[in-house]
Structure formats: structure tokens, C-alpha cells
Design a protein around this ligand. Structure first.
Ligand code: ZN
Length: 150
């Protein structure tokens, strides 16, 4: 990855961190879950409203580092309107992207989320990036447990 691209990616992350999309609480979610990443101190709660197997609304709140906040913000933008099967596929693709070793494959389906591919070089940051996704997964499944990356 060239330095220019890195800077561009950094900018996208900072922008989502500064102005998180879909931040807040849903009044009547069909599912919600809380996630915690003790390594970094990130906390996130994901609220989701699904209807007929499709994500109608998804929001998040919490406090965390720039990576976890940006990941949550981009995640909500990406999965809104998608079917749960599509969300599952995106989740797996995202996880593969941030944990893969070797060449970085292109992930056109991930949109802005692709900027988070850089975290794979920082193992501690991978948990920041994936926390909102694990929490989303729990919210979809309606699991009442608290998600922890540890
Ligand atoms: Zn973090």
C-alpha cells in the first residue's frame, strides 16, 4: 500500500470517528447487544431492527477508539437495507480481510470498510475493528450475553 493511500484511508477513518453515522439508540429494536474489548477499553452497543429477514435500521452507541468507532459507523452504513444472509457474508468477508496474511485481496462489497484492511498489521487493533461486528452478530441472534473479545 502506498503512503498516499494510507493517508487517504486514515482520513476516512478519522472522518467516521469524528462524525459517526447512525449513532444513537433505536426506540424499538428487534435485537440489541453490548460488546466490550478490554484490551483497548472499547464499549459498543448495537441496536438492530429487522423485518422479513432484512435490516431496516441499525444504530450503535458507546465509547471507544477511532478504529472501533469508525468500524461501527461504516458497518451500520454498509449493512442497512441488506438481508441477514448478505450481512453474514459481509461479516465473514470483513473478518477475513482484517485477519488475512499475505496479499491484501480486493473486497469491493465492503465499500468504505476496505480502509480498515490496514489493521491486520496491528493485532491489537483487529479486535477494535471486529468488536462492532461480533456485537452485531449477537444482536441479530438475540443473544442476551455480553460480548467480549477476550
Ligand atoms: Zn480500540
Amino acid at each position: 500500500m502506498s503512503m498516499d493511500l494510507r493517508e487517504l484511508y486514515q482520513e476516512v477513518i478519522l472522518d467516521h470517528n469524528k462524525r459517526p453515522r447512525n449513532r444513537g439508540k433505536l426506540e424499538e429494536p428487534t435485537g440489541s447487544a453490548e460488546g466490550h474489548n478490554p484490551l483497548c477499553g472499547d464499549n459498543v452497543t448495537v441496536y438492530i431492527h429487522t423485518h422479513d429477514g432484512r435490516v431496516e435500521e441499525v444504530t450503535f452507541e458507546g465509547s471507544g477508539c477511532a478504529i472501533s468507532t469508525a468500524s461501527a459507523s461504516m458497518m451500520t452504513e454498509t449493512i442497512k437495507g441488506k438481508t441477514l444472509a448478505e450481512v453474514d457474508a459481509i461479516f465473514r468477508e470483513f473478518q477475513q480481510m482484517v485477519t488475512a496474511t499475505g496479499e491484501v485481496a480486493e473486497h469491493p462489497d465492503l465499500g468504505d470498510l476496505e480502509v480498515l484492511a490496514g489493521v491486520r498489521e496491528y493485532p491489537v487493533r483487529i479486535k477494535c475493528a471486529t468488536l462492532p461486528w461480533h456485537t452485531l452478530h449477537a444482536a441479530i441472534l438475540g443473544e442476551a450475553v455480553k460480548v467480549s473479545t477476550e
